[in-house]
Design a protein. Structure first.
Length: 317
């Protein structure tokens, strides 16, 4: 989606820290805090509009994440995450954006099930409202005010599928956490589900054509495939060597494809492209300089491998 050449850039969470397995040591915290600030500045340089928080974003606790958000140009969203102390959502519940005349409502969900367990320190001081109930409430609240509703989901792919099937009115789910990579985004219950590989390996671009407000999209790639099948069937029907029985089967198949194409006419649609991020893509000079400055202040310490070149285990001294 564009507005005057600008894309609406969104993130579904787990942006600032590595995968959580245990609390960080006190010695690591200054470097990790500075690294999180660097990542945030980089995303601001790229023009990101909003992010939904993930479980790993809370690795240094809710207070640090709140401090990080205060001076940020990128909005932090947490529709179902409640601060136990204030009784309010940890961050903004939703945001409204206008893109090429379309009113877009964006909210986020974080599932308590993606954490390690009840004792996970990242959950300290937080209350999680039921994601599906919250999603239904947001559709009721945002529906009359918007043309398009987007969910930044940190529920995981299976739960995204379940939510899309249970809650109508959400046009697009941008999901994270599970690391699923969907080259051809599926559509469940009228909702497009978008997941892209983590770790900055790929970038993806989704272009939506909204012809009416009703939820429901089809992939333009699907239409192209149907059109190619129709062309092939038409060629087969004109082939002289085809028997009457074969032509009858081909005619039925042709009518079925034509019916499918007819159903797509006038419907909302989308195209999706995935780009591998390789070394051939040049770094932004300002972001590159910030990274180099960070690395000079906080050099990474790497331990020698536990296996030699032959694969033999070598214990630590």
């Amino acid at each position: 989606m564009k507005k005057d050449g600008e894309a609406l850039l969104l993130d579904a969470g787990d942006l600032f820290f590595r995968k959580f397995s245990a609390p960080f040591s006190e010695k690591e915290i200054p470097r990790l805090e500075e690294r999180a600030r660097l990542i945030l500045r980089s995303f601001e340089w790229m023009g990101y509009h909003a992010m939904g928080i993930g479980d790993d974003d809370l690795s240094l606790g809710k207070r640090f994440l709140a401090e990080l958000s205060k001076a940020s140009k990128m909005l932090f969203l947490s529709t179902n995450v409640i601060d136990e102390d204030s009784g309010k959502t940890l961050f903004q519940r939703f945001v409204l954006k206008e893109v090429r005349g379309l009113k877009v409502g964006i909210f986020s969900l974080l599932s308590p099930e993606v954490f390690i367990g009840a004792s996970d320190p990242r959950k300290k001081g937080l209350i999680f409202r039921n994601p599906i109930e919250t999603a239904r409430e947001m559709v009721v609240e945002l529906g009359p005010r918007t043309d398009l509703i987007i969910l930044l989901s940190h529920l995981g792919y299976p739960k995204d599928v379940e939510l899309a099937q249970k809650v109508s009115g959400i046009h697009l789910i941008v999901g994270g956490h599970t690391g699923v990579h969907l080259v051809n985004p599926p559509v469940f219950g009228g909702t497009v589900l978008l997941h892209t590989s983590p770790k900055g390996m790929y970038a993806s671009r989704l272009d939506l054509t909204l012809l009416h407000k009703a939820s429901g999209f089809y992939n333009v790639a699907t239409k192209r495939s149907l059109e190619e099948n129709l062309r092939r069937l038409q060629q087969q029907l004109t082939a002289r060597k085809a028997s009457d029985a074969e032509k009858q089967q081909q005619q039925k198949a042709k009518e079925s494809v034509e019916k499918a194409l007819q159903q797509l006419r006038g419907e909302n649609n989308f195209t999706h492209r995935v780009f591998a991020l390789s070394e051939s893509i040049k770094d932004h000079p300002d972001i590159k300089k910030m990274i180099e400055d960070h690395q000079s202040r906080f050099p990474e310490k790497t331990e020698p491998p536990l296996h030699d070149s032959r694969g033999t285990y070598r214990p630590k001294p």
